[in-house]
Design a binder for this molecule. Sequence first.
Ligand code: ADP
Ligand code: MG
Length: 610
Amino acid sequence: MSDIIQLLPDHVANQIAAGEVVQRPASVVKELLENAIDADATSIKLLIKDAGKALIQVIDNGKGMSETDARLCFERHATSKIRTAQDLFNIETKGFRGEALASIAAIAHVELKTKPAQQELGTHIKIEGTEVVSQELISTPKGTSIAVKNLFYNIPARRNFLKSNQVETRHIVDEFQRVALVHPDIEFSMYHNENEVYRLNDTNLRQRIVAILGKKTNEKLVPINEETEVLGLTGFVSKPEFSKKKRGEQFFFVNNRFIKSPYLHHAIVSAFDGLLASGFHPSYFLYLTVPTQSIDINIHPTKTEVKFDNEKILYAIIRSTVKHGLGQYNVAPALDFNRDATMDVPYDFKEKQLKSAPTVTVDRSFNPFKTEQQKDIKFPYKREKSQQWESLYVDIEAPKTTIKNIEVESELINNSLFKEEQSISKTHQIHKKYIVSAIKSGIIFINQNLAHQRILYEEYLEQITVNDTASQQLLFPLEINFNNDDILLIKEIQSDIESTGFLFDKIENESLVVKGIPIAISESQVTIVLEQLLDDIKNEIPETSFSQLDVMAKSLAKSLAIKNGSVLSKEEQEDLVERLFLCKEPNHAPNGKPTFISMEINEIDKRFGL
Ligand code: ADP
Ligand code: MG
């Protein structure tokens, strides 16, 4: 047999390596920002176009590169950061694998301009798919600018695999924040399609956190500080009463590197034991310093996972340090355990994928009781005339119901029965959350919150998709503060949000002016509804514009639905039941939970031994 093994040409090897290092535009952002920091820059600017798909550029004022280095930096395993294998155990820089630029150059059009301080002229190199297409001298400021254009231009499959601009931008902002949160002494700015997203001056850690996550963050922070032989831990955790329903603002850094460690995350969260209502998550910004020899950051190309020598000890110290910090600030008395539990309803959009865009026109003749799930519940449901749901309630009380009537189905039901006998109550509210009602086949328990969510969800979805939303103008426009990150998100999805009835005036620097709101909400609810909406959108990461509208409809429904714990009048109970059974899918709330459960009369009989 002839020999068949060959060495891969460099450009192929680089493309393969690129698959590991560069998953999406955000990976490029991370690598370029880290290189700028390793080059001792004090000011770093990030420019993005089209969520990084068209352009990612990082401009720094760091030490720059000589002409030879500028050429060499694109070679694989070309690094100035380690020299021997021994150095691997003592890494103080962000990069060290010498792979990033080679990988990026293999899959994009790259333009590098760089000049060390002591030289008069700099170097300008253009590379396309690993090939140097031009190299010349250039007059340029001290430092380095690397522009990465048309990412994955030569790997269409990867390019097509990229998510919506909104999702990719979200990832980029995440990476930017993770880097900026570690280096408050470095000035950062970020522009997306020429709009300023962040401008961060050099400052201290607390102010940096506030600059990134919004002014409101300041009052929430509890400082954490500990210095032992095995570790240093500094940073902040949120006061428990500011914990969130969604995870999100959880940042853990090890030796100035953003790290995901479920084990140590658990240590932090467990320090909050007994201080958080269930379903709530604390925010944290914690910076762990350990001897470089005691960790291995080499186990993953993106370096977000590390191996610790002494995890158990770290766990114990982190937990007790955070506990101590919380205790010192004596935040426990301020706890509020009476949060509205209905806001905790998990949002299992993922489990309940939309198979296709639902049609939203209300089908007036739809009979919900003919559906699969409900086959066994025989509601004699008739809506032609009165659009009422009384017919569900076959003469429950009427003494004339004799044995013969047991055979009776919907045809014989007389709607007027209940109109005459107002004294017979068809619904009862129990425990301020269930509406109980006898129906022909037995009894149903409707949960008022879940049922109302379903009703509102279908209404909103219809309004939004047919673009027929009513908006109430505010006499005095409201100004609401959001952090820049949220403002960016609002700008991106402004037209979608406006399709729910909100009308915005100015959207700028941490502030949003609202001049119109959906008719279903009151002025005092605006902030909470918008915050919930943004939270939900961030967490769902909707990938198509339809599912985005869907997320909004769900979010509004969740925020505005009648809460468990509210007392409902008879009319309200009946209205709720009627509207529920006019829904296209009355059986489930948008979060997938059942809106009602039923019990057959023979089941009940059985339990009585009848
Ligand atoms: P690594 O960061 O792992 O060393 P990279 O491929 O990211 O590998 O970069 C290769 C080398 O190019 C770096 O070691 C550094 O010497 C040089 N370099 C990259 N970016 C910059 C920059 N912004 N300023 C100065 N030098 C840089
Ligand atoms: Mg690097």
